[in-house]
Design a protein around this ligand. Structure first.
Ligand code: SAH
Length: 257
């Protein structure tokens, strides 16, 4: 298996070997951007709808088959969640820097994680994300789930993520500034939990906040990371499955103001 060379310590996800097709964005115009989008987005000169559909097509080719997830990915303007200077690369299957040594996860990784929560069962209703970052994944989750809660530990990113979600109209997403390793007990239990940063082990507080039959997906490890899918099968038992190799930024405790 070959994996794409990491860009640095803040690279947020590898994809499997068979997924080396690149999307080329060229000869573009802004007509596909809905008038309700902020002026900044309209001026990007991106045919963003075409680029998004190409991104979804590539996700299909690389094994993502959950139509709800694909539709959700098709509906969120990823370019509106990254810096203007990176917007032309927003629909590549790449992790992109979002400042503070963090990255927005690559689309394939977002789609893989959300599919793992949904596949073979009823779509979970109430889902928690650890690591809001720029807010992109929370926006995709908003398109899939009834209730979305998200926690970020870096104050500046918490503010940016919240602003993006508000501006893009995802106002029902509930954001919290704090240490996501502790979960969000007030709103527990959750039918699903998505962790967007890699720890050496899954925090017990998160396992405890899973509803019965609820699923958690998280990257685990330091240099050698894998996605881990956990399902709560009884009040005291969790079933665990190890999925693909990935690379995420670290899950850290405490907050950064
Ligand atoms: N889902 C994000 C990905 C952001 S990268 C997006 O779509 O942009 C991972 C994020 O996890 C970073 O913003 C990092 O600050 C955050 N993070 C790391 N440890 C955390 C913790 N204990 N609690 C909350 N957020 C955490």
């Amino acid at each position: 298996m070959t994996v794409r060379k990491p860009l640095g310590k803040d690279m947020a996800g590898f994809k499997p070997a068979n997924s080396n097709t690149r999307l080329s964005i060229g000869g573009v115009s802004s007509h596909a951007i809905a008038p309700s989008q902020p002026i900044q987005s309209q001026n990007l000169g991106l045919n963003s709808e075409r680029s998004r559909l190409a991104m979804v097509q590539r996700l299909r080719q690389h094994g993502i088959s959950n139509e709800n997830v694909l539709n959700a990915m098709a509906s969120v303007l990823r370019h509106a969640f990254v810096d203007q200077g990176l917007a032309s690369r927003a629909y590549e299957d790449a992790a992109l820097p979002i400042g503070h040594s963090q990255t927005i996860s690559q689309p394939w990784v977002v789609a893989r994680m959300l599919s793992a929560l949904c596949d073979g069962r009823q779509i979970p209703l109430k889902v928690l994300e650890i690591g809001t970052g720029c807010g992109y994944q929370a926006a995709v989750m908003n398109q899939l789930f009834n209730q979305v809660f998200t926690i970020e530990r870096i104050r500046a990113l918490y503010d940016i993520g919240r602003e993006h979600l508000q501006k893009q109209g995802y106002r029902q997403v509930r954001s919290f500034f704090g240490d996501g390793m502790l979960g969000w007990p007030t709103h527990a239990p959750f039918d699903g939990i998505v962790v967007a940063a890699a720890g050496l082990a899954i925090p017990q507080a998160l396992l405890d906040q899973l509803a019965l039959k609820g699923r958690l997906i998280a990257p685990e490890g330091s240099n050698n990371q894998h996605l881990v899918l956990i399902e709560r099968v009884s009040p005291t038992q969790w079933k665990r499955e190890v999925l693909e190799a990935v690379r995420f930024v670290p899950l850290l405790s405490g907050v950064q103001r």
